[in-house]
Design a protein around this ligand. Structure first.
Ligand code: GAP
Length: 513
């Protein structure tokens, strides 16, 4: 099945099974804003718990905060967001649609990659087992030509972005003959800068002085609290501050479901270090964050780093952790070495010293910062994309199963009486009542057992148990495993032992040690 079709199925699955709904659905939705349903919120909370605990439980020098969304407007001047948090936009005069010029060009680069992949697939089919991919890539004339075009475009694009050269971006779009996917025409406006911050007014008087912004990243709330935390927590460098919270960006092109939203959630950690040690810490965090992702068991081949060639003027290293989504490898997380830029800017704009006194060297300085920044929603999407599986069973039926890591699954156990009579519902409820304190248990009695299993496969419930007439005599139930569909007769008293460890976030955290 084409990757595009799979992605469409994942989006409708998310809606059908209570994971993600379009926001304001009964009013036909609000572009690039989504609500999480009854199962989505559980999965999202589990992702957040996994991240939070991996930061503040596993590192004794990392603490958390929860700063306000509204912040002093000068913060955004100091951070550079008022002047430079822009995307280059371009309009198509025929469709009247607005696009990000950089995204149009990146899509064009991806098209060259797709064409190369197609050549490889064709050759692999033609040559069968004797196919040598490396050699083919190095020698095939068509592939070499496509690669050359792709690399030339990439270089030209990177230079234009680095120089914020809007005319050059437009010229690339013209030269590459990029067409509007809706109108199919090349009738483009010039490229303009567009600031991504949402603003509103605070207080009752509407005037420019009361203008405040909805934060476009949570990081600034950490920077401006850095000294409060350092002093009250008596923290010594290196130390980190973690935060989870909403961020808002007026994205020009909001696409790919919850991949690019206008209201989203970030999990960010700023790690404060002494000057000169930042690259060592950057490399350590790069490794730790990849380990965190790979502990989910989705396969190392589905991740890669994308080291930034073009660095922001304040950064001295940056990388993205990319995950293979149905629409290609995409950024899920950024790890950035941000030097002392943000803290120095806040020192300058606030007029207050935020230097750290180092008791070891007897010096005062502004710390350097390594940042790890991950979008909860993007993480959610990557998990859904990997977990969504369609299987053909022996009887020819198709089973849709979400192969979620058990520790992230919204529901851990569903308890089902075989029939709605003969004391079986009461026995099933007894089991739920004893286990619900330890993990999320559901009770289900509607429809056949087969249908109930399917419903729980579709939301990723790792365990189901069936209570039957024998249960009343021997206190045993049938335990069914989601992925293998194998069934085992077990004593009710053993259920907690069998399930609890496997569905606990601790099982993931232990893999990080
Ligand atoms: N403080 C650094 C920062 O905000 P970023 O690369 O702009 O860096 C970090 O964002 C992460 O936030 C991204 O890797 C992505 O996971 C998530 N993110 C950014 N914009 C987003 C959007 N519009 N919708 C969903 N997630 C987004």
């Amino acid at each position: 099945m084409a990757q595009e079709d799979i992605f469409k199925k994942i989006i409708s699955h998310c809606k059908e099974y209570g994971f993600v709904f379009p926001s304001s659905d009964i009013y036909d939705g609000l572009a690039a804003v989504y609500d999480y349903g009854q199962n989505g919120v559980e999965l999202k909370n589990n992702i957040k718990e996994y991240w939070w605990k991996s930061m503040v439980l596993l590192h004794e020098n990392i603490v958390g905060i929860d700063s306000a969304i509204f912040m002093h407007p000068t913060i955004w001047k100091a951070s550079g967001h008022v002047d430079a948090f822009n995307d280059p936009l371009i309009d198509n005069k025929d469709s009247k649609k607005r696009y990000r010029a950089d995204v149009l060009i990146e899509d064009q680069i991806a098209k060259y990659e797709e064409k190369i992949d197609k050549e490889v697939a064709k050759a692999a089919k033609r040559f069968g087992e004797s196919f040598d991919k490396e050699k083919f890539l190095e020698t095939n004339a068509r592939v070499l030509e496509l690669n050359e075009k792709k690399n030339a475009l990439h270089t030209r694009y990177a230079e234009a972005m680095q120089a914020s050269n809007l005319e050059e971006l437009k010229q690339i779009i013209v030269d590459e003959e990029i067409v509007d996917p809706i109108s199919g025409t090349k009738n483009w406006t010039d490229v303009r800068q567009f600031n991504l911050m949402f603003s509103t007014e605070m207080g009752s008087i509407s005037d420019a002085a009361n203008k405040i912004y909805l934060r476009p990243e949570t990081a600034q709330g950490i920077f401006v609290n850095y000294l409060n935390v350092q002093k009250t927590g008596r923290m010594k460098l290196p130390f980190g501050i973690a935060q989870i919270g909403k961020a808002f960006r007026n994205e020009i092109v909001a696409r790919q479901f919850i991949f690019r939203m206008r209201e989203f959630e970030q999990m960010e950690m700023q790690y404060f270090v002494s000057p000169g040690t930042e690259l060592e810490h950057f490399n350590k965090w790069k490794e730790l964050r990849m380990k965190w992702h790979q502990a989910l068991g989705f396969g190392a081949e589905n991740y890669r780093f994308h080291d930034h060639e073009k660095l922001a003027h304040y950064a001295n290293a940056a990388t993205d952790v990319e995950f293979k989504m149905p629409f290609g490898f995409k950024e899920v997380e950024g790890v950035h070495s941000r030097t002392n830029f943000d803290l120095s800017q806040h020192e300058k704009f606030s007029g207050k010293s935020i230097k750290y006194f180092d008791p070891q060297t007897n010096e005062s300085y502004v710390p350097y910062v390594i940042e790890t920044s991950i979008g909860v929603d993007r993480m959610f999407l990557s998990i859904m994309c990997h977990a969504y599986t369609e299987e053909t069973l022996e009887n020819g039926e198709t089973r849709v199963v979400l192969k979620l890591p058990a520790a992230l699954a919204p529901v851990k156990l569903c308890v089902m009486p075989l029939v709605k009579k003969d004391g079986l519902p009461e026995k099933a409820r007894e089991i739920v009542d004893s286990l619900k304190f330890h993990f999320n248990c559901h009770y289900e009695e509607k429809d056949s057992i087969g249908k109930r299993y399917r419903r729980h496969d579709a939301i990723g419930t790792p365990y189901c148990v069936t209570v039957d007439h024998d249960t009343l005599k021997d206190n045993k139930v049938t335990l069914r495993f989601r992925d293998t569909m194998e069934q085992e007769r077990v004593d009710i008293s053993e259920l907690r032992n069998i399930i609890e460890d496997k569905v606990s976030i601790v099982s993931l955290l232990k893999k990080l040690q």
